[in-house]
Ligand binder design. Structure first.
Ligand SMILES: C[S@@+](CC[C@H](N)C(=O)[O-])C[C@H]1O[C@@H](n2cnc3c(N)ncnc32)[C@H](O)[C@@H]1O
Length: 228
C-alpha cells in the first residue's frame, strides 16, 4: 500500500518538490505522515543537514515512520494532531498529502501549518477530488472520508488561511488493465477493475507562501520546546 501510493502519485510530489527547489538543509514538516513515504522522500532530499518532522495523530504511525526512516536520522516522528501542530522550530516547508480529506476542519489544519512555517516559507498540500475519479466512466466515492472532494476547495482554503497562492494544479493517474493503477485501486476498494478504464482521484496540489499572516502566529511557535 505504501509503495503503491508512492508509485502512482509520485509524479505530483516530485513536481511540487522540484518547483520549490527543496534541497539540502531544508527544515520540513510532513503532517499526516502515515507510513512515512513523503517524510522519507523529503529526508533524502534535505540530507543530514536538514530536518523532517513526520507528524501524525495516530501513535502507530510513529513506529511505522521510525522503521521506514531507520537510516535517516534527520526524520523525527512525532505523535500530534495537525490541529495542535507545534514544533520545536519554524520550518521552511509544511507539507500534507491525503490528510485534509480526513480532518474535521481542513481550514484550521492549514492555518496551523501556516503557523509552523517561517515568514517566506512554503505550505504545500496535495488533496484529492475523489468524485472526479472514474471506474468504467462511473464516479468514485469514499464514504469514510469527511471531505472526499476537499481538493476542489484547496486553493481557496489556502488563501483563507492567510497564505499567498503561488501555484495550483491537478493531476490524475489513469490506466486500463493490469498495472500499478489497478493495483492501487484494488488495495483501496478491494475491487479489481479488470480491464475497465480507471482514472484515480485527481490530486490537487497547492503551493503557497507564508507571509505577514503567518507572523501573527509567531509567538505561539516561540513558546514551543523540546523535540518529538
Ligand atoms: C491516507 S493517510 C496519508 C499518509 C501520507 N500522507 C501519504 O500521502 O501517504 C492519512 C494519515 O493522516 C493521519 N491523520 C488523520 N487525521 C489527522 C489529524 N487530525 N492530524 C494528524 N494526522 C491525521 C492518519 O492517521 C493517517 O496516517
Amino acid at each position: 500500500m505504501r509503495g503503491l501510493r508512492d508509485d502512482v502519485y509520485r509524479r505530483p510530489l516530485a513536481t511540487a518538490l522540484e518547483r520549490l527547489g527543496v534541497g539540502p538543509g531544508w527544515r520540513c514538516v510532513d503532517v499526516g505522515a502515515g507510513g512515512g513515504d513523503v517524510s522519507v522522500a523529503l529526508g533524502e532530499v534535505v540530507g543530514r543537514q536538514g530536518r523532517v518532522y513526520a507528524v501524525d495523530s495516530d501513535p502507530r504511525a510513529r513506529d511505522e515512520v521510525a522503521r521506514a526512516a531507520a537510516s535517516h536520522t534527520q526524520v523525527v516522528a512525532i505523535t500530534q494532531a495537525g490541529e495542535d501542530l507545534l514544533l520545536p522550530e519554524l520550518v521552511d516547508l509544511a507539507f500534507c498529502r491525503f490528510l485534509l480529506l480526513h480532518v474535521f476542519d481542513p481550514a484550521a489544519v492549514l492555518a496551523r501549518m501556516a503557523s509552523a512555517v517561517r515568514a517566506g516559507g512554503y505550505v504545500v498540500a496535495q488533496e484529492p477530488i475523489t468524485s472526479a475519479g472514474r471506474i468504467a466512466g462511473n464516479p468514485l466515492s469514499m464514504p469514510d472520508a469527511r471531505h472526499p472532494d476537499v481538493g476542489a476547495l484547496l486553493p481557496a482554503l489556502a488563501r483563507s488561511a492567510g497564505l499567498e497562492l503561488i501555484d495550483a494544479w491537478a493531476e490524475a493517474p489513469a490506466s486500463a488493465g493490469p498495472g500499478p493503477v489497478a493495483d492501487y485501486l484494488s488495495s483501496l476498494t478491494g475491487v479489481d477493475p479488470g480491464d475497465d478504464p480507471v482514472v484515480l482521484p485527481p490530486l490537487v496540489t497547492v503551493i503557497a507562501r507564508a507571509g505577514a499572516a503567518a507572523d501573527a502566529w509567531r509567538p505561539l511557535q516561540q513558546g514551543a520546546s523540546g523535540g518529538g
